[in-house]
Design a protein around this ligand. Structure first.
Ligand code: ZN
Ligand code: ZN
Length: 320
C-alpha cells in the first residue's frame, strides 16, 4: 500500500532572518500563503506535518533572548528601526488555524529560531537549546512535538533531537546514486529504464539513535524563476508533472512519496494552481486505489512499533 506525505516548513520571517536581502515577495505572502495552505489541505482532505519554527508559538518576547545560546546578533532583527515586523515573528493565530482544521494535521517543529543544525559553527549547546526552546514553546500551546524538519535540510546534531523527545525527522532526498539508502525499487527501475524518471519513492527507517528518517522525495518549489517560465509553455507545470508521477508511483508500489514546501512559496496565483492541480490528482488516485496520505509522525509510530524489541510476558506466555 502506497503512502503520500506532505510536510510544511512553517516559518514566516524566520526562514530569512539571517539574510541581508530577504525575498520580499515571499515575506509579503507568508501569512496569506499559510492560510491558503490550511484551506487547500481542508478542501482536499490532506493531513500534513507542519514543522513550525518554535518562536512562532510565543505570544511575545523581549527581542533579546539572552538566556538562549545563539550566535552574536542572531536576534538583532527583532528590535531597532529596521526590525522584522511582528507579523513575521509571531504566528498570532496561524497555528490555531492548523488546530481548528477539520483535517488531522500533525504539528512538529523546525528549531526555535531557524538555526542550521548541520552548519559547522552550530555547537551542540546551541542545537540542544534550539530543540528544547522549541519543544517548550510548543508545549505551552498544547502540542507535544514528535516530528522535526531541519532548516535548509542541513542535517546535524541528531542527538539533540533524541534528547528532546523527537522521534522523526525529514531526511534529505536520496541522491541519484541507485545504491543510495532509501531509494525505492520502483524508482531504481525507473531511473534505469527512462531518462526522465519521476521523483524517488522513499522508505522510512529507524537509525541507531532510534529516530525515524522519512526522507524527502520532492520540493514543490525547487524549479522556479526563468527555468519554470521557459518550461511551462512546453510541458505544462514541470513540478506538477513530477508530483503526479510521484503520486502514481506511490500508488503502484509499497513506497512513500514525500513532498514538501513552505507556505511562503505560495506567492502568485500560478503557485496556488500548482498545488491545487497536485491535490486534485491526489484525490483522483485516492478515490480509485488504497493510497493513503499520512503524517510523518504516523509513519514513525508504525516503524517504531515494528522495530521495538518484543516484550516477553513474565509468565512466559506470548503477549499477543
Ligand atoms: Zn523573540
Ligand atoms: Zn526553514
Amino acid at each position: 500500500m502506497g503512502t503520500v506525505v506532505l510536510s510544511i516548513d512553517a516559518e514566516l520571517g524566520w526562514g530569512f532572518h539571517d539574510f541581508a536581502e530577504p525575498p520580499r515577495d515571499r515575506l509579503a505572502s507568508a501569512r496569506q500563503g499559510w492560510q491558503a495552505l490550511v484551506d487547500l489541505c481542508a478542501e482536499y482532505r490532506v493531513p500534513a506535518t507542519w514543522a513550525v519554527v518554535g518562536h512562532l508559538f510565543l505570544d511575545d518576547c523581549d527581542g533579546r533572548h539572552r538566556d538562549h545560546p545563539a550566535p552574536p546578533g542572531w536576534f538583532d532583527h527583532e528590535r531597532g528601526p529596521d526590525r522584522m515586523s511582528r507579523s513575521l515573528r509571531f504566528a498570532d493565530g496561524l497555528i490555531d488555524r492548523i488546530d481548528e482544521s477539520d483535517v488531522e494535521h500533525e504539528i512538529g517543529i523546525h528549531t526555535f529560531s531557524h538555526v542550521e543544525m548541520g552548519a559547522p559553527e552550530t555547537t551542540a549547546t546551541q542545537a540542544d537549546a534550539e530543540l528544547s526552546a522549541a519543544v517548550d514553546a510548543a508545549r505551552v500551546h498544547g502540542v507535544e512535538p514528535r516530528s522535526f524538519v531541519f532548516p535548509r535540510n542541513n542535517v546535524g546534531h541528531l542527538q539533540a533531537l533524541s534528547d528532546n523527545g523527537i522521534t522523526c525527522f525529514r531526511g534529505t532526498k536520496p541522491t541519484d546514486d541507485p545504491r543510495a539508502d532509501g531509494a525505492g525499487a520502483v524508482d531504481k527501475v525507473a531511473r534505469a529504464t527512462v531518462s526522465d524518471a519521476g521523483p524517488p519513492l522513499v522508505r522510512a527507517r529507524r537509525n541507531s539513535l532510534g529516530l525515524v528518517n522519512v526522507p524527502a522525495s520532492l520540493y514543490l518549489f525547487g524549479f522556479e524563476g526563468v527555468a519554470r517560465s521557459v518550461a511551462e509553455p512546453f510541458v505544462g507545470d514541470p513540478v506538477a508533472v513530477q508530483a503526479r508521477r510521484g503520486i502514481d508511483d506511490a500508488a503502484a508500489a509499497d513506497g512513500i512519496f514525500h513532498m514538501w514546501l513552505h507556505p511562503n512559496n505560495l506567492v502568485a496565483p500560478r503557485d496556488v494552481r500548482r498545488l491545487r492541480s497536485i491535490f486534485e490528482h491526489l484525490a483522483r488516485v485516492r478515490a480509485r486505489t488504497d493510497l493513503q496520505v499520512r503524517t510523518m509522525g504516523e509513519i514513525a509510530a508504525d516503524v517504531l512499533a515494528d522495530t521495538a524489541p518484543k516484550r516477553v510476558a513474565t509468565d512466559g506466555s506470548d503477549p499477543a
